[in-house]
Design a binder for this molecule. Structure first.
Ligand SMILES: *[C@@H]1O[C@H](CO)[C@@H](O)[C@H](O)[C@H]1NC(C)=O
Ligand SMILES: *[C@@H]1O[C@H](CO)[C@@H](O)[C@H](O)[C@H]1NC(C)=O
Ligand SMILES: *[C@@H]1O[C@H](CO)[C@@H](O)[C@H](O)[C@H]1NC(C)=O
Length: 538
């Protein structure tokens, strides 16, 4: 009895651990696959140590896939899955000699892989008919396909393919022609393709594509707008905007009249920007628009006049700022501004209504003299302000107006001091030197100073003193003579009375002539009156 119980327990144990022989197909019953993708069916067995697998279609058509057997399962791979795989597949599992189980699965196929493609042809001018093509690529089954063409929300055309006997994927095309109105330009044409298959589970069942209704035109009505206007103030931020009607949008090139190259300022799309406009930015601006599709070009122009206070561009002296007497000189001033400036060109030391005055840009000074030397100013003025500039005219000339003054001018007694001062004008300033004529007739240089002081005067100091003024443009000499006019009598001795006087003479004038004249006068008249007579202007 005890033994029997033991045997029963062992059998029960074996029944519990060894499962019954079963099989299944994964996925179960039904699969929906898109043509072109990969589909794997798995046939799995349990409860059999070494099962063997067999795949077939219900109609015994070719499998259309690859079988891979593993120890407890087998796979059927369809890569890619195609229309030939649209079957019921049956998997049979044998376990040993006697046991066999089988199951089937239905493979259902569809194809709706991509959005429709819209072609609107030809892309034309408004008013001409437009044909819209909507292509739905690789559809299956196409007899379920429904297509809708819409212009915005308005349905233009509807089409289905219920009559199709589709046996494989097909690209379906829907075509529709209509006459677009001008207001249709820019509206969206939409193609909605639907593939509603009842009881079949796939996404998406609807695909949509859209495109704008384009009519190529222009460029036309091209204009330039200027901000803050075509007469900006100096320093303003000038923006020129080129406005045009064109589809597709045109290429824009900015140019300036008489400028060789196109402008590179700050061009952004159709806007030319000049952050700080300057008078030199004045000019004619050209915007050229080119529609590359219609192959049309149009131009617009704007004349920009930058307003502001004048600035003097040039103030110059011809032939040079340093000239010699006798040359013809012109002083020129140029200033730019808008409105045009009033230009006054004059000598600075003169009053506005006197002397060398010009409201023209050129001041002509024929045959200049040293009197024309000095600072000249140019004043350019308009209602926004004025600008001033200066230039110096330097006229060079030889020594002139050389003069000697003698102190004291009257009489000196022997032993006293005489001061002789020589001045001369000239440009560059003349170099002055003194010479004394000796009894032999030769002249001897005695001083390089303009002022000659003879102290403790004696009879041997009498005679002719020559002052020479020299620069690179010439020299001028003046002569003064010291002579004895008479003697004052004192109780015990005679004191020589020396007459100091000067004679105004150029070196060309014979010195002797004056000497003779003076001597003669001296002889005739008394000493005092004679002194008076000789008090010559120096
Ligand atoms: C087969 O089925 C068993 C039990 O359900 C499971 O554990 C196993 O992963 C399956 N094998 C395959 C290849 O699906
Ligand atoms: C555009 O016009 C020019 C001159 O009229 C011509 O040479 C060119 O081939 C045209 N281009 C196109 C794309 O039509
Ligand atoms: C200055 O101008 C005058 C007249 O215009 C002319 O006769 C004279 O030769 C000129 N002088 C010089 C130095 O050019």
């Amino acid at each position: 009895m005890g033994r029997t119980r033991q045997a029963v327990l062992i059998i029960l144990y074996a029944l519990m651990t060894v499962k019954a022989f079963e099989m299944e197909i994964i996925p179960a019953n039904r699969v929906v696959a898109q043509i072109g993708e990969t589909l794997v069916l798995t046939c799995n067995s349990t409860g059999c140590a070494s099962p063997s697998f067999s795949w077939r279609t219900q109609m015994d058509s070719p499998l259309g896939g690859t079988v891979n057997n593993h120890r407890t399962y087998s796979t059927l791979t369809m890569n890619p899955v195609s229309i030939v795989n649209s079957h019921h597949y049956l998997c049979t599992v044998f376990c040993g000699e006697k046991e066999k189980k089988e199951k089937s699965i239905k493979v259902e196929l569809y194809s709706f892989p991509s959005d429709p493609v819209i072609e609107i042809s030809p892309s034309l001018v408004a008013g001409e008919p437009v044909t819209v093509l909507c292509k739905i690529p690789d559809v299956y089954p196409s007899d379920r396909l429904e297509v809708l063409l819409k212009k915005e929300e308005h349905v233009l055309h509807e089409e289905n393919f219920y009559a199709d006997g589709s046996t494989n994927t097909e690209t379906k095309t829907v075509k529709y022609s209509f006459n677009p109105m001008a207001e249709d330009i820019g509206k969206e044409i939409t193609c909605v393709a639907k593939l509603p298959i009842a009881n079949m589970d796939f996404e998406p069942k609807e695909r949509v594509a859209s495109q704008k209704l384009n009519a190529n035109f222009g460029p036309q009505n091209t204009i330039i707008t200027a901000s803050p206007g075509s007469s900006p103030m100096e320093g303003d931020h000038l923006k020129l905007t080129c406005v045009t009607e064109s589809n597709p949008p045109p290429q824009i090139v900015w140019r300036k009249h008489l400028a060789d190259e196109s402008i590179q300022h700050l061009v952004e799309n159709n806007v030319l920007s000049i952050p700080h406009v300057h008078s030199t930015d004045s000019g004619l601006y050209i915007c050229e628009v080119i529609n590359l599709v219609t192959n049309k070009t149009e131009k617009a122009t704007v004349d920009i006049v930058v307003q502001g206070a004048p600035s003097i561009a040039e103030l110059s002296i011809e032939p040079s700022t340093t000239v010699q007497e006798g040359q013809n000189v012109s002083i020129q001033c140029s200033a730019e501004s808008n409105p045009p400036p009033k230009i006054i060109l004059r000598r600075k030391s003169d009053r506005a209504d006197m002397g060398s005055y010009s409201d023209r840009r050129i001041l002509l000074l024929p045959s200049v003299t040293f009197l024309n030397s000095g600072d000249y100013e140019c004043v350019a003025e308009n209602k926004f302000g004025k600008s001033k500039s200066e230039i110096t005219l330097n006229v060079e000339y030889g020594p002139k107006n050389t003069m000697i003054s003698v102190i004291p001018a009257n009489t000196v007694k022997e032993g006293e001091t005489v001061t002789m001062k020589c001045t001369s004008s000239g440009n560059p300033a003349p170099v002055i030197s003194w010479k004394k004529k000796k009894a032999t007739g030769e002249s001897e240089k005695i001083s390089e100073d303009a002022t000659l002081i003879v102290q403790n005067i004696k009879s041997q100091d009498l005679g002719l003193y020559e002052c020479e003024a020299y620069n690179q443009f010439g020299k001028e000499e003046k002569v003064v003579k010291l002579l004895v006019q008479g003697r004052l009598e004192k109780t015990d001795q005679m004191i020589p009375l020396i007459i100091a006087f000067s004679s105004v003479t150029a070196v060309a004038v014979p010195v002797v002539a004056i000497w003779i004249y003076v001597s003669r006068k001296a002889k005739i008249n008394g000493s005092y009156s004679l002194v008076k007579a000789l008090r010559l202007k120096v």
